[in-house]
Design a protein around this ligand. Structure first.
Ligand code: IDP
Ligand code: MG
Length: 156
């Protein structure tokens, strides 16, 4: 089992898609170990997106992510970072395949509804930025034996 950080961005919250996305995550078999609604300050936004600080879109990205409430969540599941990136789709919603969150729900490259950590290492760093340890729950789902095949001693 691995964990990843997802953030429902201000456009997602403002457009009323919190439930739609939680529904997709739960149906896929992922567990929500932590979730809250907050306004992001500039400092956290800069730390979160530090890898993009020299990009031309950085300033607009900070304005976007601090513009309204967001819903960060810690998600657990087998290969959670990769699985969630697959569910999310490509950065540009307009180029993202149908069936993905960005492909189904958006048109923009900047306003692309949701953030997902791009690796297990990024997930570890990002989860520590957004959540205190005591905000993160234990696994809660009771359907692991249907979601994973444990016959060989580990989820397959
Ligand atoms: P990702 O969210 O798919 O991992 P990144 O390349 O890490 O995409 O970029 C972080 C965020 O910056 C994107 O989700 C999007 O909101 C914004 N962004 C990325 N590229 C552009 C761009 O070319 N123009 C405007 N915004 C961008
Ligand atoms: Mg990224």
């Amino acid at each position: 089992m691995q964990t990843t950080l997802l953030i429902l961005k201000p456009d997602c919250v403002a457009r009323g898609y919190i439930g739609e996305i939680i529904n997709r995550l739960e149906k896929k078999g992922l567990s929500i170990l932590a979730m809250k609604m907050i306004r992001v300050n500039r400092e956290l936004a800069e730390q979160h997106y530090a890898e993009h600080k020299d990009k031309p879109f950085f300033e607009n990205l900070l304005n976007y992510i601090t513009s309204g409430p967001v819903v960060p969540m810690v998600i657990e599941g087998s290969n959670a970072p990769e699985v969630c990136r697959e569910l999310i789709g490509k950065t540009n919603c307009a180029e993202s395949p149908a069936g993905t969150i960005r492909g189904d729900l958006g048109m923009s490259k900047r306003f692309n509804l949701i953030h997902g950590s791009d690796s297990a290492e990024s997930a570890k760093r990002e989860i520590a930025l957004w959540f205190q340890k005591d905000e993160i729950m234990e696994t809660y789902r009771d359907d692991y034996h249907w979601l994973h095949d444990f016959e060989e001693g580990r989820p397959v």
